[in-house]
Design a protein around this ligand. Structure first.
Ligand code: ADP
Ligand code: MG
Ligand code: MG
Ligand code: MG
Ligand code: MG
Length: 649
């Protein structure tokens, strides 16, 4: 979340009345920044990761593991170092939605040397140690996508209580005290999303039906306030019902940001990485348990999408349009709806919803069709968090109103313009991945994606398929065991960059192959996409290896990169389990599990203890990590390596 706008939040009524004001000035600000920065060029590759963590409190006597609401104690201490020495800190820490969460990034972005890939993991480890020092006995910092018993009775330490009839969330499960209290943004967003929608958010995930799960599975909610049928009416049978922003925004993820050399390269990377989003979601699947239930999905994506779905009934198409302008197919948290580059244009096959007046305004100001429709589409949303100090701005210089809308469109990819008065260039953020339990895995994912951007740019490969097919892939990516069971639309011939030849030959050769009037895409497994298919598809990792073979790299970095790529290859082939697969298996084999889909306090405790032992390296987990995979990560790039790369000449 773009943070740091401090101040006093306006009420929902005030915010709502200023919706057009924010949009009008946000668009002006974008136009100004665009013309100021459109010709900015020559920026070098810089990149960085963001990892979100949960603070867990174990009670070894009672055998419980709780979400520890201590971010407010820990963050100020972490931030002090940054405050005192912003240039030299090794890590930066930011609040996240949950009072039990924090987000860490490297102190400085990484650069273009291959040797940077070898410091990512060590920096992640350092960050973990930094927080660990501030923890109390029994506490652990865990990079866990979702806390398995989030929203179950007594899931926090200290205990907190739900207030279904009053307060910010009105959830039956998620107490307001679990929202990070140190910054007003989080509660304000929660309240405004609920008020804009006109009711609580509603998330229903299909339950995993085990042999003793009641059928239909219907829950009672004794905590629901009397006389308020709305409090439970959205709950569907055979589903795990969740009713709060915290179920989604209280999840953790792994994000990556890259700087491009100029705006065109940023548009290319934005487009080319889009088809990778569902593939990486399936490959990083790490959250099969929600609100103490095994579910039929392996990922957080639909939970978080539903958790901030501020659309009204009219906008969701449930009532005829009267007070609202548009029927909107997706939540403001979802996969992107349009490509931005010329190569992508013809694959924009989903009708884009936007305000004609905003689009026209952008076009009148010399912003091209693709960018104008992208921005106009983001701007169908209302502001859901506005601070009194920020209402009146200088549109020539400030970008807060633009960022207000931009940063609350939480999509798979984000196109990030340079911030005002900074040395930062045009950037692209890759946002679908679930966070993994070990630094090794997270570093592997980060390095894989960054390497892929290099391959995309160097080899000019083209991964673009119609947006509608990416949407379809996003749905399938979240299914249980998607890596092993699902096939995904993927571009068949990725080496033809533009105006590809007619593809009748390849399309006829396979029953899965489909052709649109433009190009060829086909159904592939994650294994085929990542590892290749003889004679048909080269595979992304073989392409990365081919790219690397022409590069000069020091031995340690080479070794680490190979270990990371092997992990990705083995996850893709199914030889190693996804974390979701491993967790599901752990629960189902636990002696306290009653084949009824329920994850008890004891199972939760044992599961998190086991994961904590794996993440700290105390315990091996060959099913997840292989037997011998290990990097040679280092805290800094050796001087000799820098010299060899010509950095100190
Ligand atoms: P947000 O939460 O808005 O996505 P953060 O500041 O939390 O933003 O994270 C931004 C990420 O971008 C971090 O990993 C950081 O290291 C990285 N980063 C910082 N500066 C640059 C830059 N110039 N180019 C690319 N990435 C950068
Ligand atoms: Mg975050
Ligand atoms: Mg961040
Ligand atoms: Mg963020
Ligand atoms: Mg981010």
């Amino acid at each position: 979340m773009g943070l740091l706008s401090e101040g006093s939040p306006l009420s929902w009524e005030e915010t709502k009345d200023l919706a057009d004001h924010v949009r009008r000035h946000g668009i002006k600000q974008f136009i100004n920044l665009y013309h100021r920065l459109k010709t900015r060029t020559g920026d070098v590759l810089k990149w960085g990761d963001e990892v979100e963590y949960i603070i867990v409190k174990f009670d070894h006597d009672k055998k419980t593991a709780k979400a520890s609401l201590r971010a407010t104690d820990i963050l100020p201490v972490l931030n002090e170092k940054e405050h005192n020495d912003p240039e030299n800190v090794k890590s930066l820490w930011r609040p996240e939605y949950g009072a039990y969460m924090i987000e860490g990034t490297p102190g400085k972005p990484y650069g273009g040397l291959l040797a940077h890939y070898n410091v990512v993991e060590a920096n992640m480890r350092l960050r973990r140690e930094e927080v660990q020092q501030l923890l109390q006995p029994g506490e652990a910092l865990m990079s866990l996508t979702s806390f398995p018993r989030l929203g179950c009775t007594n899931f926090t330490d200290p205990p907190s209580t739900v207030t279904p009839a009053e307060g910010t969330t009105r959830s039956l499960f998620f107490p307001d005290d679990c929202i990070y209290p140190g910054h007003p943004r989080f509660k304000t967003l929660t309240r405004n999303i609920r008020l804009r929608r006109g009711e609580k958010v509603a998330i229903n995930l299909p339950i995993f039906k085990d042999s003793k799960t009641p059928s239909p599975y219907v829950e009672e909610f004794p905590q629901a306030p009397a006389g308020q049928p709305d409090a439970t009416s959205a709950a569907l049978p055979d589903h795990v019902y969740m009713d709060a922003m915290g179920f989604g925004m209280g999840c953790c993820c792994l994000q990556l940001t890259f700087q491009a050399c100029n705006i065109d390269e940023a548009r290319t990377l934005y487009d080319q990485l889009t088809p990778l989003c569902p593939i990486m979601l399936a490959l990083t699947a790490a959250s099969p348990i929600h609100r103490g239930h095994l579910t039929d999905v392996d990922c957080r994506w639909n939970v978080i999408s539903g958790s901030v779905d501020c659309r009204t009934k009219e906008e969701r198409g449930l009532e005829p349009l009267k007070n609202n302008k548009f029927v909107i197919p997706k939540s403001r948290y979802d996969s992107i709806d349009s490509y931005l580059s010329e190569q992508g244009e013809k694959y924009n096959d989903v009708p884009l919803i936007y305000d004609e007046a905003i689009y026209d305004e952008l076009r009148k100001n010399d912003i091209d069709h693709l960018l104008a429709q992208h921005i106009a589409h983001l701007f169908i949303r209302d502001s859901v968090s506005l601070f009194s100090e920020k209402v009146h701005q200088n549109d020539e210089e400030d970008t807060d109103h633009f960022e207000n809308i931009q940063s609350t469109n939480w999509q798979t990819m984000r196109f990030k313009p340079p911030p005002p008065n900074s040395s930062i260039g045009w950037r692209v953020e890759f946002r679908p991945c679930e966070v993994q339990i070990t630094d090794f895995e997270n570093a592997a994912i980060v390095c894989f994606v960054v390497l892929l951007t290099r391959v995309i740019l160097s080899y000019r490969i083209n991964l673009i398929i119609p947006i509608s097919k990416v949407d379809e892939n996003m749905k399938n990516a979240q299914k249980k065991d998607a890596v092993k069971t699902q096939k995904f639309w993927f571009r068949k011939d990725i080496t033809t960059f533009s105006s590809p030849p007619a593809c009748t030959a390849c399309c006829q050769s396979s029953p899965d192959a489909k052709t649109d009037s433009l190009d060829c895409y086909t159904l592939m497994t994650v294994d085929e996409i990542i590892n290749g298919k003889a004679g048909e598809f080269p595979g992304l990792i073989p392409l990365i290896n081919s790219y690397l073979s022409g590069m000069d790299v020091d031995a340690d970095t080479h070794c680490s990169i190979q270990q990371y790529l092997k992990l990705i290859q083995r996850r893709a082939s199914g030889q190693l389990l996804t974390l979701a697969g491993w967790m599901r298996g752990f629960v189902r084999n636990h002696e306290d599990y009653k084949q009824d889909s329920l994850v008890s306090d004891l199972i939760n405790y044992d599961l998190l203890m086991e994961l904590n032992a794996i993440q700290s390296g105390e315990k091996a987990c060959p099913e997840l990590l292989g037997r011998s995979l290990q990097s040679r990560t280092q805290e800094s790039i050796p001087t000799a390596v820098r010299k060899a790369a010509g950095e100190y000449t």
